[in-house]
Design a protein around this ligand. Sequence first.
Ligand SMILES: C[S@@+](CC[C@H](N)C(=O)[O-])C[C@H]1O[C@@H](n2cnc3c(N)ncnc32)[C@H](O)[C@@H]1O
Length: 319
Amino acid sequence: MSGIEKDHNGAVSLSDPFVIDDLLIFDNDTLRALINDKSFALTPILFGKAMHDADARLAQRIASVLTDSERDIFSESLAASIPEQDVIASRRQILSALFWELTYWKTPELYEELTEGENIHPGIFENIHPYIKDKIILDAGAGSGRASIECLRHDPKRIYAIERSKGLLHILKEKIDREGLTQWILPKHGEFTDLPLEKNSVDTVIACSSFTSKPEQGGKRGLKEFKRVTRPNGMIIIIWPNENDLQWFLKEGFTYEALPVNKEMSIRFKTLGSAIRMVKRFYKKNIFAMKYVLRSGKPEVPFSVLGVKPPHDYCWLQV
Ligand SMILES: C[S@@+](CC[C@H](N)C(=O)[O-])C[C@H]1O[C@@H](n2cnc3c(N)ncnc32)[C@H](O)[C@@H]1O
């Protein structure tokens, strides 16, 4: 599995495009959160091995976010002499686990290019229209603003777009300025577990392909924080939930809705060149996807070809 990981909805990607010093892009809070995320299984020993001959500033940053006992293990591992293959293998494991976070932080423009054509089933926004019209919305984990922009078609009062990746937030801010949306969308830096919003300050929370059951991507603490900022009887709506999280959401009291897919849903890239670039980078292991694009000669790729659940479902909870 080295160098390969599953994305938020199951696609297989390669970590090769990044190098270990790229971890410097994360701020300390995010670096700490990623290291503590049990699902990534990134141990202080592994980081110690990976830091051999890496940028000294990175080793210092990592040491600074570890606990005292973790720092001792990390320093010991860093000081030990190990074969070069071990260093390479440790780096691969880390870069593979953090592929999507590195994409959000280091190459947000590529994430934007990937998701620009990844349209959410329009029936979802039609269904949730009553919870958007004239309402104050929080778009949590807004990324480059896919859900925020979609919400605008449904006449919200205001949208707080909160995102922790500064790169994606920057793209969103540029978009808001360029399209004259400053009065509607208010971008803010923040974490699911520590939202920069007052208690009961929004009517509806929307999280599109962002909030999961994992503690570092929300989890129980994140849900509690969503409830804190939502007014009584407001709604929390999780669009395109991770398939593995459905039971978790049901247990937390959510209702699951899946819209029928009458016509196969596809990602529509801007150009054939973009489709080739994106499939090569984000679906490299899926040889069928590349063959499909080259054979069809079109910038449209069905989700089924990519091996990804189409964005046709959501979970909702009334607070
Ligand atoms: C797959 S992207 C989706 C972005 C956007 N909602 C969309 O539909 O394109 C997941 C987003 O969630 C953000 N995210 C993940 N965990 C987060 C957390 N704990 N706090 C805030 N944002 C988080 C990531 O930075 C990333 O922008």
